[in-house]
Design a protein around this ligand. Sequence first.
Ligand code: PDD
Length: 300
Amino acid sequence: MKININGNIVGPEEATISVFDRGFLFGDSIYEVTLTYDGVLYKIDEHLDRLWESASRLDMPISISRKQLTYQMLKTLKALNETRAYIRVVITRGEGEIGLDPSLAVKNNLVIITKKLPENPTWWYDSGVEMIVASVLRNPKESMDPAIKSGNYLNNVLAYSQAKKQGAFDAIMLNADGMVTEGTTNNIWIVKDGKLKTPPLAAGLLSGITRKIVLELAFDNKIPAAEENFTPEELKDADECFLTSSTKELVPITKIDGISIGSGRPGELTKRLHQIYRQHVKDYINRQRGVQDEILGDKS
Ligand code: PDD
């Protein structure tokens, strides 16, 4: 593991942060997670766009420039020296006197955690995973909006714990209207009668980067797709179901609350879309490699 704390790259034992940090005290922080393929950082611009969007929605000034942050991320990955790496960027509002007033913090703390990312288990893709529908609801948009990728994941932690207690892979969360929103760290999709559906952002969920890419790839490949609300009953009655996230890509969901989805095996459209997605990843990495090498060479 290599961890970057405000520009200094250290090992995990030395990676410490103040107990007065507002991320620690209040979850007053934002974060992004992505990965590298073959040493190249995946969808860096999209993740930084979302990071800045989260900051703006929380009125959190970011003291580092996008260019400098990109450089710090690449520098940390270089120190890690792994071809397949996990990278988590955390920016907190900073430290100060204990109190809710955000102006008590003077300057952000920046933490970049990098570690080797093992390949995902092949059984996820070959057999599919089992999910539950959690009784814990996703936060309403009017509250801590799920579109903001903040350090406040306790709601999702509670939902995930429910899944774990039932021996499931993860939990799907509903909103207060009883509609499906997303998994605890992934977006949810169904296929019904050849049509792909994922809940709209208005349902209250994170605008996943993988979600956006899959919608675009479906469009490019003339696969009917829509952002539409659906109920847990429709979810369980789907022909196919899968989840998406940067690190997991597309994972088939073959059981929900003990009910088999479709044939109970990973669906054909899910598998096809995953292949299309993998090709998209390859093309992106080939285009980006030179660009990222250049950024590392240019320290300005
Ligand atoms: N999670 N929904 C939630 C609540 C998430 O936390 C994530 C990402 C996603 C998928 O977003 P993307 O496709 O941009 O990875 C959806 C990351 C992986 C995490 O917390 O580790």
